[in-house]
Design a protein around this ligand. Structure first.
Ligand SMILES: O=P(O)(O)OC[C@H]1O[C@H](OP(=O)(O)OP(=O)(O)O)[C@H](O)[C@@H]1O
Ligand code: HPA
Length: 191
């Protein structure tokens, strides 16, 4: 069900998750992760740039924090550059930490085709991690092109182009405090 769009956000067609919906889900995910990782000294790897807002809230909801929990980050982006519609090719920066024997939790804003996370997971496991799981705020199942499923998921995402709460179109709209659907006329030229 959609909610009112703030008057100043003229490019947004509808709001699908407001701040309250997101905050409640983040608390729930944080509590589950705290419980599951309590003895595992996890390394959290937010996938940048999109996950910066979700991960900032999530790490503060993982309470009590597992002893020895560490937070790093990883940069990944689709080769299409200015648009965010993936063509299946993904560039991933080298890992900045040694993950050998470690329990890694990848933090994502959205899973679409699944290519980004599949590639990252393969890399992390290839570098000897003991485990590599995924927490994603949004899961756009209809678009999946592989078997990737997150171990922790916030919401099912409709097959529409969503923005806000870290998600962008052409590096815009990441700052919106809610998740909304972008008006199609703004990206119709790249479809
Ligand atoms: O499942 P996929 O089809 O691979 O798509 C999901 C990825 O696409 C977005 O990132 P993007 O490459 O747009 O970069 P960004 O994080 O800088 O926005 C999003 O943040 C995910 O990382
Ligand atoms: O719907 C989306 N919005 C923003 N970025 C994305 N990357 C994959 N799908 C999306």
């Amino acid at each position: 069900m959609s909610k009112p769009v703030p008057e100043c956000d003229v490019d947004v067609l509808k709001v699908i998750l407001d701040e309250g919906d997101i905050a409640a889900k983040v608390s729930e995910l944080g509590a589950k992760i705290a419980q599951d990782y309590k003895d595992l000294k996890p390394i959290l790897l937010p996938v940048m740039t999109g996950a910066f807002v979700f991960s900032a809230d999530l790490v503060r909801a993982i309470r009590p924090p597992p002893q020895g929990m560490r937070i790093e980050s990883l940069r990944a982006s689709s080769y299409l550059g200015t648009t965010t519609l993936s063509n299946g090719e993904v560039a991933i920066a080298p890992l900045s930490i040694d993950v050998k024997g470690q329990h890694v939790l990848l933090v994502e804003d959205i899973i679409d085709t699944g290519h980004t996370l599949e590639k990252i997971r393969t890399k992390v496991m290839g570098e000897g991690a003991a485990s590599c799981k995924v927490v994603a705020l949004l899961n756009k199942r209809e678009r999946r092109e592989n078997g990737l499923q997150p171990e922790y998921e916030g919401f099912d995402c409709p097959n529409e182009f969503v923005i806000g709460y870290g998600l962008d179109f052409d590096s815009k709209y990441r700052e919106l405090p809610y998740v909304g659907v972008l008006k199609e006329e703004l990206y119709a030229h790249i479809l």
